[in-house]
Design a protein. Structure first.
Length: 87
């Protein structure tokens, strides 16, 4: 199985580490319309706080695609795992 890298390594321009400890890692994610984050790994489950309207597509290694529309001031959660993102 292919080793998929941490998002901070493969999408460093879009993902900024704000804080990290043994239990949590806080990232600031900024992608413009049409930008992509390549296939990457989130080593633990994560929660997303949405600050602006966002419409994006998640693609998983098995080919599954999930299209999402997010609105400001909402929380979303995902289990740990691998995905790529397109805004």
């Amino acid at each position: 199985m292919e080793q998929i890298q941490d998002v901070l390594k493969v999408a460093a321009k879009a993902y900024k580490l704000l804080m990290e400890n043994k239990k949590v890692r806080v990232l600031d994610i900024r992608l413009k319309p049409g930008e992509k984050a390549p296939m990457h790994n989130h080593p633990s489950g994560h929660v997303v706080y949405v600050m602006n309207n966002a419409k994006f597509k998640l693609t998983f290694p098995d080919g599954k695609i999930v299209n999402l529309i997010l609105r400001p001031d909402r929380l979303c959660g995902w289990k740990r795992g691998r995905m790529k993102l397109k805004i």
